[in-house]
Design a protein around this ligand. Structure first.
Ligand code: B12
Length: 214
């Protein structure tokens, strides 16, 4: 089915940074029967990818990115209860956060949301999380999985530093490490000794499940 009539206003509201219009668009699309996953991928995420492209081309600057992010988050809040009820099997206790120096949290929030939906207990550490804070959270909560997000090439090394900190604390073998974020790759995950990488939130749930079982 072609949902373009419903998706276009959402896409445009994110590009315009118009949070009320984004929420109204998401609500209208849901009412029209567009599946939440389609609104997420083809409305919100594809608009945010375009925002990134416009930023690269110097057509958008940080303030525009910020209002677009707020608009997207407004729309996401309406999708949250629907995305979270995926009904998959539980996959452990996850400490998740965006690494030190990095403030991007939309992708991390989505992953946290989907993991919760899959029955995981999620401890969300927020953004700018130092290796020591990750280690403390794992110990304090007895987490079985740690999920790290990085959106900047300059903050990716913090993933490796966190893995080293887990080793130094003597708990590396007690917890599986999964990483993600736009610049992160499978090759990078192998290079830093993470247990897994996934490119999006739904595959992150599958990854968490397979890591819990391994
Ligand atoms: C929105 C945005 C911002 C917002 C963030 C608001 C917020 N609350 O998050 C603001 C305006 C604050 C911002 C600031 C900056 N940003 Co910015 N930002 C973006 C933008 C446009 C979108 C990111 C986003 O939310 N995408 C949508 C989500 C859904 O996708 P995602 O994050 O990739 O997440 C998915 C997957 O990666 C994966 N995933 C994510 N995390 C995890 C974790 C795990 C464990 C797993 C398994 C999977 C997983 O699943 C998610 C869901 O599917 C990107 C462009 C882009 N194309 O990525 C630039 C971008 C990331 N930003 C960039 C830059 C340069 C900056 C600034 C340095 C700009 C500046 N000069 O100040 C600052 C840095 C601030 C800081 N210290 O962090 C560059 C990074 C370049 C680089 N190679 O390092 C990008 C790529 C833009 C560009 N094309 O140049 N930014």
């Amino acid at each position: 089915m072609d949902y373009q009539t419903q998706l276009k206003p959402i896409y445009e509201a994110v590009l315009d940074g118009n949070a009320p219009a984004c929420q109204a668009g998401v609500k209208a699309a849901l009412d029209a029967g567009v599946p939440a996953e389609v609104i997420l991928k083809e409305g919100l995420i594809s608009a945010m990818a375009e925002v990134g492209r416009l930023f690269e081309e110097n057509e958008y600057f940080v303030p525009e990115m910020l209002v677009s992010a707020r608009a997207m988050q407004g729309g996401l809040s309406l999708l949250k209860p629907l995305l979270a009820e995926s009904g998959a099997e539980p996959a452990g206790k996850v400490v998740i956060g965006t690494v030190k120096g990095d403030l991007h949290d939309i992708g991390k929030n989505l992953v946290a949301m989907m993991l919760e939906g899959a029955g995981c207990e999620v401890i969300d550490m927020g953004t700018d999380v130092s290796p020591d804070k990750f280690v403390k959270a794992v110990v304090d909560n007895g987490a079985t999985i740690i999920g790290m997000s990085a959106l900047l090439t300059t903050t990716m090394p913090s993933m490796s530093n966190t893995i080293k900190a887990l080793e130094e604390a003597g708990i590396r073998d007690q917890v599986k490490v999964m990483i993600g974020g736009a610049p992160v790759t499978d090759g990078f995950a192998k290079q830093v000794g993470a247990d897994g990488y996934s490119p999006d939130a739904s595959s992150a749930v599958r990854l968490a499940k397979s890591l819990s079982e391994s």
